[in-house]
Design a protein around this ligand. Structure first.
Ligand code: FES
Length: 120
């Protein structure tokens, strides 16, 4: 296969307790991971991560809030983005990049996917 999807996992938090302390239930925050800024949300379904930059006009989604319906809400114009799919609600065409999060024994990790060209 010429193109392969690879996921690089980076540690966001040392433990689930550290994650809960940093991002309380019902809150969002911005965290820098590598060279990316991600918005981490903590809902009743767990932790979610999306790109921090709002696709509408560039505001920091980490300054917004999350809803019980699983959306992050931009603080500027209040667009809602689904935390699982990244799609904007209300029929808008915008979407935000989502990133998988895994809770493991040795910490909470975020995955960054990329497509790799592999000739051999
Ligand atoms: S900048 Fe986010 S909705 Fe406008």
């Amino acid at each position: 296969m010429l193109f392969e999807k690879k996921t690089t996992w980076l540690k966001l938090f040392e433990s689930l307790t550290a994650a809960n302390n940093r991002v309380a239930l019902g809150r969002v925050t911005t965290i820098e991971v590598g060279r990316k800024k991600v918005c981490v949300a903590h809902t009743s379904e767990g932790f979610f991560a999306v790109n921090d930059r709002c696709p509408h006009n560039g505001a920091s989604l980490g300054n917004g809030f999350c809803t019980d319906q699983g959306s992050v809400v931009c603080p500027v114009h209040r667009y809602h983005f689904d935390l699982k799919t990244g799609r904007a609600k209300s029929g808008l065409g915008d979407f935000v990049q989502t990133y998988p999060i895994e809770v493991r024994e040795d910490g909470v990790f975020i995955g960054f996917e990329k497509i790799v060209f592999n000739l051999f």
